[in-house]
Design a protein around this ligand. Structure first.
Ligand SMILES: Nc1ncnc2c1ncn2[C@@H]1O[C@H](COP(=O)(O)OP(=O)(O)OP(=O)(O)O)[C@@H](O)[C@H]1O
Ligand SMILES: O=C(O)[C@H](O)COP(=O)(O)O
Length: 403
């Protein structure tokens, strides 16, 4: 994999450099609640701008449906990038259309532009190779060189991640190089016990990863929205909690295999429930009730792990040699459901083992709940990406940078 340092040595002055970043930051309306992913790509953008490149930054944000949707505009991220760079950042109101072409053509050496959300174009995420290729051609027309630095999206076989680098000279940015450097160690030299804590809301993506983790980890702690598919597989009522019904048979098999392989698969013993999802805007008190994991009322939703589970998970993390944690334990954005995530974050700080926190929301949780980032071994910008990397999978966005 050629890195950006080689590109800088070759010289970038006057060249249009396309930086595929992951600016998929959490938003409250148009307010960015955690800018970690924007800060993470700064070294790459700065190095390119300072050496005279015309930098075109592109990213996805959220999961729009292949058409423009103002809720998912990258405009707030572009503005924040400008603030962090201390420079004007031009913003194109489309991705490859007239606005993008005009903005890119107007860039002077050393200037930076951001184009609108890649996923406003159906070609970006299309499963059809030709459709993705057509969009990649349009993206390629905007640049002379490609720098891949959106680590959080390298597990996606998307046009800007996979098809575009094949069409331009390509290099890995500093973030990708650093992430791969740290995560590689976890695949080669893992100090045991190796404990993996999984939570969050992208349940279907992450359940598949457990299949592989059963052959690698010594202990798996399950929380967040993911827990309810397991509790359902145990035959418990999960009420209106997040549930991946079609995955129940697979999860049943995981639980059987864990037992056979001697992997400790630990599930919540109690949870916080309420009749409805909390209001994350007003943060009005949610008044949750604590119930045993096998006693969730049919009309209630599980939104955090309970106090007994917090203690249990802390004890399961205390003697870890290595910990990988992805996905908040509850809806941490609301104070009534933040304690589970806080307890796991604190347990990672307290354990003597090497700790890695992966995921946009997990990293945001650690920061917004007031933890010191330096107390963790590594905070990865990738959730699904870091999990799939640890699984040993070939990730499209990394493979594309290699050849
Ligand atoms: N029990 C629950 N029910 C519903 N949502 C939950 C629950 N527990 C956690 N969440 C939500 O999960 C979200 C984070 O999940 P996600 O899987 O995206 O995490 P991540 O891996 O850190 O991020 P990413 O994969 O996007 O990098 C948070 O917004 C949180 O509110
Ligand atoms: O948040 C993430 O994990 C990355 O930005 C990828 O987003 P996606 O899961 O919507 O592809």
């Amino acid at each position: 994999m050629k890195t950006i340092d080689e590109l800088l040595t070759e010289g970038v002055a006057g060249r249009r450099v396309f930086v595929r970043a992951d600016l998929n930051v959490p938003l409250d309306g148009t307010t960015i609640t955690d800018d970690g992913r924007i800060r993470a790509v700064l070294p790459t953008v700065k190095a390119l701008a300072e050496t005279g490149a015309r930098v075109v930054v592109a990213s996805h944000l959220g999961r729009p449906k292949g058409a423009p949707d103002p809720v998912f505009s990258l405009a707030p991220a572009a503005a924040r990038l400008g603030e962090l760079l201390g420079a004007d950042v031009a913003f194109a109101t489309d991705t490859v259309g007239e606005s993008a072409q005009t903005v890119v053509a107007g860039l002077a050496d050393g200037q930076v532009a951001v184009v609108e959300n890649l996923r406003f174009n159906a070609g970006e995420t299309s499963k059809d190779d030709a459709e993705r290729a057509a969009f990649a051609e349009q993206l390629a027309a905007l640049a002379d060189v490609y720098v891949g630095d959106g680590f959080g999206a390298v597990h996606r076989k998307h046009a800007s991640v996979y098809d575009l680098p094949a069409r331009l000279p390509h290099y890995a940015g500093y973030l990708i190089a650093n992430e791969v450097g740290v995560l590689k160690k976890l695949t080669e030299d893992v100090k045991r016990p190796y404990v993996v804590a999984l939570g969050g809301a992208k349940v279907s993506d992450k359940l598949a990863v457990i299949d592989q983790l059963l052959a690698k980890a010594d202990r798996l702690l399950i929380g967040g929205g993911m827990a309810y598919t397991f509790l359902k597989a145990k035959g418990y009522e999960v009420g209106i909690s997040l549930l991946q019904e079609d995955q129940v048979p697979a999860v049943t098999e995981y639980m059987e295999r864990a037992e056979k392989n001697g992997v400790e698969l630990v599930l919540p013993v109690d949870v916080l429930v309420a009749p409805e999802f909390p209001d994350l805007k007003t943060k009005a008190p949610a008044n949750p009730t604590t119930v045993a994991a096998d006693a969730i009322p049919a009309d209630q939703e599980g939104l955090d792990i309970g106090p007994e589970t917090r203690k249990l998970y802390a004890s399961k993390l205390a003697d870890a040699g290595t910990v990988f944690w992805n996905g908040p334990m509850g809806v941490f954005e609301h104070p009534d459901y933040a304690e589970g995530t806080k307890a796991v974050a604190q347990a990672l700080i307290d354990t003597p083992g090497f700790t890695v926190v992966g995921g946009g929301d997990s990293a945001a949780a650690v920061r917004t709940l007031g933890f010191d980032e330096s107390a963790f071994g590594h905070i990865s910008t990738g959730g699904g990406a870091s999990l799939e990397y640890l699984e040993g999978k070939t990730l499209p966005g990394l493979a594309a940078l290699e050849d």
